[in-house]
Write a protein that binds this ligand. Structure first.
Ligand SMILES: NC(=O)c1ccc[n+]([C@@H]2O[C@H](COP(=O)([O-])OP(=O)(O)OC[C@H]3O[C@@H](n4cnc5c(N)ncnc54)[C@H](O)[C@@H]3O)[C@@H](O)[C@H]2O)c1
Length: 461
């Protein structure tokens, strides 16, 4: 089989973005500086949205207030970010005293709705971290408030902005495969990053909606966006059979654990000064343990997840998420009437090597913000036409830092070029936020009730 190679570099995709429809967001015009308040001084709030905006987007953003219920993290947040603004442990008071034009929400997932709704009611627009919220009722309340107030809500689906995800979207948008009929999408979290969800508040359905919502909101949003249609029905299976009550022993957290030597998941937070300052030093205020035991008996999320999703254009998706893989990465395949598209990220065997040290560090790179990067590697997208002996290999520059280059592109789009055209619809609002979490909420319900669940049973979008 002869292999044709094409290099489609990011410049081509940038050019495509320059033509076409305008962004769905109108409240933020270029050349203006916005008065912003931030609620949630944890790692995401203080790094990407805090220090990064202060240092790199100072012309566009002026922080007027910072809020968190943990006084230690609040003080740390002010110091670490370099924000010059008052701090608050009460959101209502911050809104009253600072009257921000925009509010950034980076709190624990199950509290997002409270701040999104209150901000809109106080006349502010909102940028909220994913997932938009964790339950159908909270989702409905956000949608209803937005309808009533007319304010804008941006949901930060940074994965859409990765050059790799964008290139796949562009090919599907061009109908390169003809009509898409089915999709396989498999996401693998490794024993380092995957395990970290079970150490944190993410291990409870109540806090993060489970990984069906907290993590898979990214994946379902990518699917919804790539396919360009609305999900309507979900059948799911899931189990907790590795972490939590399945462990051979347990303790409260790693630092105090008598099983340090025997536990493959022992993780030493004391080696990370930033995390010690952010979390360990502030445990005394709220008891939150960042290095909690992955074998805690009260962990109630699933660690193995599989779903079939039906779309309103007839597309059927097979999706799976695992949380204890030796390597972290994903595979996607689109079957179309005229052919097939295959792509993947970080499957070690495809590049011929497996490096355990890299597996441990992958997540740090994913979370790194404000890093300039000149890519030296490529992601590959294979497009294979039916009945053809050839296939096309499309190379997309591989960015590593800040969620595959998605964070920086999303922020530049939002703050530096808000008037730019958005032909592929990168910018996501409450409808996208809702449809992505509703797939996960429907999956939870499907597992509980052992039946297919329609999304219109849950919320009126
Ligand atoms: N888009 C991405 O790729 C990405 C990456 C990481 C995190 N996130 C999202 O960012 C958000 C924060 O995650 P994190 O990792 O920073 O968590 P974190 O635990 O480090 O921080 C959460 C902060 O919220 C504060 N908080 C909780 N309830 C509050 C309340 N009622 N009022 C005020 N503050 C409150 C906590 O005290 C804590 O400081 C989550 O929603 C998460 O899903 C998104």
């Amino acid at each position: 089989m002869q292999r044709r190679k094409f290099l489609r570099n990011s410049a081509l995709f940038t050019a495509m973005l320059a033509a076409g429809q305008a962004s769905a967001f109108t409240a933020w015009k270029s050349g203006t500086q916005k008065r912003i308040a931030l609620v949630g001084a944890g790692i995401r709030g203080t790094t990407l949205w805090g220090k990064n905006l202060v240092e790199n987007y100072g012309k566009q953003v002026r922080f007027v207030g910072l809020c968190d219920i943990n006084p230690g993290r609040l003080a740390h947040g002010l110091r670490y970010t370099g924000m010059q603004c008052p701090t608050f442990d009460n959101f209502d008071e911050m809104m009253r005293r600072t009257a921000p034009e925009w509010v950034i929400v980076t709190t624990v997932d199950n509290t997002h709705h409270e701040f999104i709704i209150k901000a809109m009611e106080a006349g502010a627009n909102v940028i909220t971290e994913k997932p938009m919220t964790t339950t159908a009722d909270k989702c409905q309340a956000i949608l209803d408030t937005q309808k009533r107030t007319g304010k804008e809500v941006l949901v930060t689906f940074n994965y859409r902005h990765q050059p790799h995800a964008t290139a796949i979207k562009q090919l599907l948008h061009e109908e390169r495969l003809g009509r898409v009929t089915s999709v396989d999408f498999n996401w693998y979290l490794n024993v380092y990053h995957g395990a970290s969800y079970f150490r944190r508040w993410h291990g409870y359905v109540e806090k993060g909606g489970s990984l069906w919502v907290h993590k898979a909101t990214h994946h379902f949003d990518l699917l919804n966006w790539w396919i360009g249609a609305d999900p309507v029905e979900v059948s799911a299976y899931g189990a907790l059979e590795h972490y939590g009550k399945n462990g051979p022993f347990r303790s409260k957290n790693c630092r105090s654990c008598p099983h340090k030597k025997d536990c493959r998941y022992y993780w030493d937070i004391t080696k990370q000064p930033f995390l010690m300052d952010l979390y360990a030093k502030n445990e005394k205020y709220d008891g939150y343990l960042r290095d909690a035991c992955v074998y805690r008996e009260d962990i109630d999320i699933w660690d193995k997840m599989s779903a079939q999703i039906l779309y309103d254009n007839g597309v059927v998706v097979n999706y799976s998420l695992t949380t204890y893989s030796p390597y972290e990465g994903w595979r996607v395949a689109f079957n179309g009437e005229n052919g097939r598209l295959d792509s993947w990220q970080d499957i070690p065997y495809q590049k011929g090597e497996y490096t355990p040290a890299e597996q441990e560090d992958l997540h740090a790179a994913e979370m790194a913000t404000g890093r300039e990067e000149i890519p030296t590697e490529f992601h590959e997208i294979i497009v294979h036409d039916n009945f053809s002996p050839d296939f096309e290999s499309i190379k997309v520059p591989k960015y590593r830092y800040g969620h595959g280059g998605g964070d920086k592109r999303m922020l530049d789009y939002l703050f530096v070029n808000p008037d730019a055209a958005d032909p592929l619809g990168h910018m996501a609002g409450t409808r996208d936020g809702a449809l992505s979490i509703l797939v996960g909420i429907a999956a939870r319900k499907s597992i509980a009730e052992r039946r297919a669940v329609r999304l219109d049973e849950l919320v009126k979008v």
